[in-house]
Structures are given as C-alpha cells and as structure tokens.
Design a protein around this ligand. Structure first.
Ligand SMILES: Nc1ncnc2c1ncn2[C@@H]1O[C@H](COP(=O)(O)OP(=O)(O)OP(=O)(O)O)[C@@H](O)[C@H]1O
Ligand SMILES: [Mg+2]
Length: 335
C-alpha cells in the first residue's frame, strides 16, 4: 500500500489531477445512479463539488510543496550560502524531481566555478607579488647600484684637473650609462613579451612556437595569417597568453610528435587553432577536477576581452584548442 502511494506521488501533477477528477466524476455518477430514490441529486452534486475542491487542493499542495523548498534554497544562495542545496522531497513528482536535480547541479557548477576563480585570482595575485619583488630586486641590485657608481665617478671626474684624464673618465661614465639604460630596457621587456610590440602578434607567436618545437623536438605546422593590428594590445596579449598555455600543455602533457598552429581572421573575429596529435584527455573531467588552472585560466583570459575558448579532446584523439577573439570596429588599431 505504501509503495502504491509512493508510486502515485511520483506520477506527474497533470495526470494526478486528471485521474482524481475522473474518479470523483465516476463516483458522483455512480452514486446518482443508485440513489435517485433517496432525496434527489442536489446533495450528491454538492458533495461531489466539495470533494473535488478538497482533492484538488490536497494534490496541488502536495505537488507544489517541493517548489517552496526550491524557492527557500534560491533565497539562501542569494544571501551568500553557496553550500545550500534543495533536499529531495518524498512527495515530488518526476518533473519536480528533475527540476530539483537540474537546479542543484547548476548550483554545483557555480560553486566549482567560483572556487576556481578564487584559486586563479590568488595565483595571479601571488604571481604579481613575486614579479614586483623581482623587479624591485633588479632595480635595487642593478640600476640603483649602477647609478650610485656613476654618481661617484662623476664626482671624481669633476675633481680631476687633467683635461685628458677627465675626458677619459667621462667617456667611461657615458658607456656605463648606456649599460644602465640597456638594463632598464631589459627589465621593461620582462613586463610584456617584447616580440609582441616589436614584431606583432603573428611573429611573436611564431617565435614562441619555434622555441617550443626546438626545446621538445616536436614537428610543427604553422599557418599564420598576417592579422595586422586588428586587435587592441590587451586582446593581443590575451590571445598570446592563451596560445602560450595551449602550447605549454602540448609540451607537458600531450606526448604528441606534431602540433599545428593556425591564426587568421574570419568575419569580425580573429581565430586561432592549436592542435596536437597526442594522447588527448577527458576535458570535462580535467575542468572539474582540482588539478591545474591552465584550461580554466585560458577561458577566463579570453573572456576578459570578449573572446571564447573551445577545447576538443578525448583520450586517444589528440587535442584542439579553438580561440575566438572579436574585432571591435571602433577598436581597430593603426600600426
Ligand atoms: N594538449 C593536451 N594533451 C593531453 N592532455 C592535456 C592537454 N592539455 C591539457 N591536458 C590535461 O588537462 C589537465 C589540465 O590542464 P591545465 O592546463 O588546466 O593544468 P596543468 O597544465 O596540469 O597545470 P597548470 O595550472 O600549470 O597549467 C592536464 O593536467 C592534462 O592532464
Ligand atoms: Mg597547463
């Protein structure tokens, strides 16, 4: 009996109401049929209407109860409780149960996303801090020392009476200033891939890909269209970093012997494809696990400039990373 009742509760609301009303109508008809001699139809019809209202009210309350749980959970989440989930309800029908599961899995995806975003932000902050320390060290130990030494030499030169001796010292100062300037340039280059500004996106990517191929012994197939300066500097940098991560993953994880890199313009997008013929992997599992942040970071970085990253891979099939970055007309950059 209990099992029958549970099975009835699982039946979709539409059928429950239809069934209940059909049963009530049938009962009323039967009672009318057998009680025509006992006081007329009116009391039977009134009882039928009341019964129908009662049964419909009970069914609707039972069926919609789980929706209140859904609403309460949504409220908790919006108040900041990311761990809130809708509990299973013994009276939910199949449709509501499906809705509950979809809702919970949406919350789960959101939680995982926020967690990864936190990790990547923490990593970016740590990297920025590390970079600042490195620059501070280089400025302090390099340029600052050179400038201090130059100051002393200038003082010495000023005190020297002999013209030729002074000229020689000033010449030394001038050459050391040149070295200090070179050092400064080197530090500045470290802040943004120099090839990107000096050569443009395509050649910068080519130079990086060649380094990877040389270092790993992989064969490469480059098809790089000249995309000029269609992207603003931040979008160029984002695309460059995404390709860098894709190539780094190929070198570290794929076991491939060849990779292919394409860059071009299609419509109002710049697109890049990075493919390898390596072992491939389960993308959904890699994205949801607590492993690396590279894949997640690629999507975030592309997202910041309005772009997207699609990763196609399966174990045994190689991997293809497809990046699209929009070209905004207003942002066409002159060379
Ligand atoms: N081209 C590829 N071929 C095979 N497996 C790959 C490839 N790219 C990524 N993977 C798999 O996906 C996982 C996640 O990659 P992801 O770049 O997010 O992290 P990671 O490279 O391990 O670490 P990092 O945070 O330093 O990038 C990798 O550990 C690897 O197993
Ligand atoms: Mg990686």
């Amino acid at each position: 009996m209990a099992r029958l009742w549970t099975a009835f509760l699982r039946v979709p609301l539409f059928w429950k109401i239809l069934l209940a009303n059909a049963v009530i109508v049938a009962v009323v008809v039967l009672v009318c049929h057998y009680s025509s001699g006992m006081g007329g139809l009116v009391p039977v019809l009134v009882a039928g209407v009341l019964l129908s209202a009662l049964v419909n009210a009970v069914l609707l309350r039972l069926a919609l109860g789980p929706l209140h749980a859904l609403e309460a959970t949504a409220e908790r989440v919006s108040e900041g409780d990311g761990s809130a989930r809708v509990p299973a309800s013994p009276v939910a029908d199949r449709d509501l149960e499906r809705l509950r599961q979809t809702f919970n899995s949406m919350l789960e995806t959101g939680t995982v996303y926020r967690q990864r975003l936190r990790e990547i932000t923490a990593r970016a902050l740590a990297a920025t801090e590390e970079e600042r320390k490195r620059i501070a060290r280089e400025l302090h130990d390099g340029i600052a020392q050179s400038l201090a030494a130059l100051r002393i030499r200038l003082r010495v030169a000023r005190a020297v009476q002999d013209e030729r001796e002074r000229a020689k010292l000033l010449e030394q100062v001038s050459s050391e200033m040149g070295e200090a300037m070179e050092e400064l340039r080197r530090i500045a280059r470290g802040l943004r891939p120099p090839a990107l500004d000096m050569l443009g996106l395509g050649p910068a990517i080519e130079s990086h890909a060649r380094n990877i191929a040389d270092a790993t012994g992989m064969a490469m197939d480059l098809r790089l269209e000249d995309i000029g300066h269609r992207l603003p500097p931040d979008a160029e940098l984002a695309l460059y970093r995404v390709i860098q991560e894709a190539l780094s993953n190929i070198a570290r994880h794929s076991g491939a012997d060849t990779f292919r890199l394409q860059l071009g313009v299609a419509g109002n997008h710049v697109h890049a494809d990075v493919e390898d013929n390596g072992r491939g992997f389960d993308v959904a599992a890699a994205m949801s696990s607590n492993g690396g942040l590279g894949l997640f970071g690629m999507q975030e970085r592309a997202g910041y400039v309005g772009g997207t990253v699609a990763i196609d891979s399966e174990p045994g099939t190689g991997t293809r990373v497809h990046v699209l970055v929009p070209i905004y007309e207003s942002a066409r950059y002159a060379s």
